[in-house]
Design a protein around this ligand. Structure first.
Ligand SMILES: NC(=O)c1ccc[n+]([C@@H]2O[C@H](COP(=O)([O-])OP(=O)(O)OC[C@H]3O[C@@H](n4cnc5c(N)ncnc54)[C@H](O)[C@@H]3O)[C@@H](O)[C@H]2O)c1
Length: 330
């Protein structure tokens, strides 16, 4: 008799990070079941496991679905993620992210599922007080997106205290790169993330790249970020799952590389990888952007024995570029 593979509910698994994680779960012998409302997700990103169309706002359907598939854990990637949009329309962010998470946790309680891995973000820290950000750094989000994620963290921690929910909260820094087989990658619409926008300018899909702000307190005046390959994020999730199932201890941890790169440094490197000259223009700062966000990810590294394998800037840009070329036929 073949052994039954443990089922993992991947909520938001039709999106960028969720789909890469579903792929790795499948490769590691789990059975991912994707739950998504396809608001920003893609049907063709679902290649590993089955899927159900369901929105976090529909708690009744969500509860029956979770009872039916009976997963050992829920991975929660589903959220609205655009910082600028959250400043213009915070209501959307609090509804989809905060209410949606509360509904999901209530459904998990009703279905007796007690393990959660949650996607949080470096955006909860706000303006950094140190070069490397530890998990103990004060959390003072500077935009509604970051606020919504911080509220979600609080709700999860309260469910842990009151109802025994086991959780791992991963605070990602900048997710980047694409699957090494070029089957899935980053495709948001509108695309606000830097690397896809650099590649649009490199390929002529967009005439120029807009760089928001050149007067930040950084050596070249542009924002510094910590880029972590999406496949390294996926690996952390699988290691986190194994840890959660074995140790049943709940933790919150950063996922990043501890290396910062400025926008201008990234453009320069992208010009080498794409063998093009990338036209860019400066525009005023975007509301809600911190100048520098770089992780101290030593806690995740030691607790989970996790080491980023794919997060050199060359690998990130190479995989992104190959994916971009195959996706958009450029
Ligand atoms: N991309 C990054 O750099 C980054 C950085 C830090 C944190 N995060 C977090 O990681 C998670 C995944 O990000 P991503 O880049 O893959 O985003 P994404 O937009 O590609 O994926 C999100 C998925 O969730 C689904 N979804 C959204 N609202 C839903 C709802 N109400 N019900 C059901 N499904 C819903 C979308 O259809 C989509 O498939 C998010 O929670 C985001 O806040 C992302």
């Amino acid at each position: 008799m073949p052994s039954k593979k443990p089922v993992i509910a991947v909520v938001g698994g039709a999106g960028y990070i969720g789909s890469h994680t579903a792929k790795l779960l499948f490769e590691k012998g789990f059975s991912p079941v994707i739950i998504d409302n396809f608001s920003t997700g893609h049907h063709d990103f679902i290649q590993w496991g089955t899927f159900y169309t369901c929105c976090l706002s529909d708690q009744e359907s969500l509860t029956s679905l979770l009872k039916k598939i009976n997963p050992v854990a829920v991975f929660h990637f589903a959220a609205s993620i655009n910082v600028s949009e959250s400043v213009i329309d915070p209501e959307l962010y609090y509804h989809n992210n905060v209410n949606g998470t509360l509904n999901l946790l209530s459904s998990m309680r009703k279905a007796n599922i007690s393990n959660l891995i949650f996607s949080s973000t470096a955006a909860i820290y706000g303006h950094p007080e140190s070069n490397l950000i530890l998990e103990s750094h004060p959390c003072r989000p500077i935009n509604p997106y970051g606020q919504s994620k911080y509220m979600m963290e609080h709700i999860i921690k309260d469910f842990h205290e009151a109802y025994g929910l086991n959780y791992i909260i991963f605070r990602y820094f900048n997710a980047a790169g694409a699957d090494h087989d070029h089957l899935i990658g980053e495709d948001h619409s509108p695309e606000t993330h830097l690397i896809p926008n650099i590649l649009m300018a490199a390929s002529g899909v967009k005439p120029t790249l807009t760089v928001f702000g050149n007067n930040y307190d950084t050596p070249d005046g542009t924002c510094i970020r910590d880029y972590i390959h999406v496949s390294d994020l996926a690996l952390a999730h699988v290691l986190g799952l194994n840890y959660l199932l074995d140790a049943k201890q709940s933790h919150c941890m950063n996922l990043g590389t501890s290396q910062g790169l400025s926008i201008l440094e990234l453009i320069k490197q992208a010009e080498i990888i794409t063998r093009t000259s990338i036209a860019y223009k400066f525009y005023e700062r975007r509301s809600g952007d911190a100048s520098i966000l770089v992780a101290d990810a030593s806690f995740a590294q030691s607790l989970l024995d996790w080491e980023p394998q794919h997060s050199s800037i060359d690998t990130i840009l190479n995989t992104s570029w190959k994916w971009f070329q195959s996706r958009f036929h450029v």
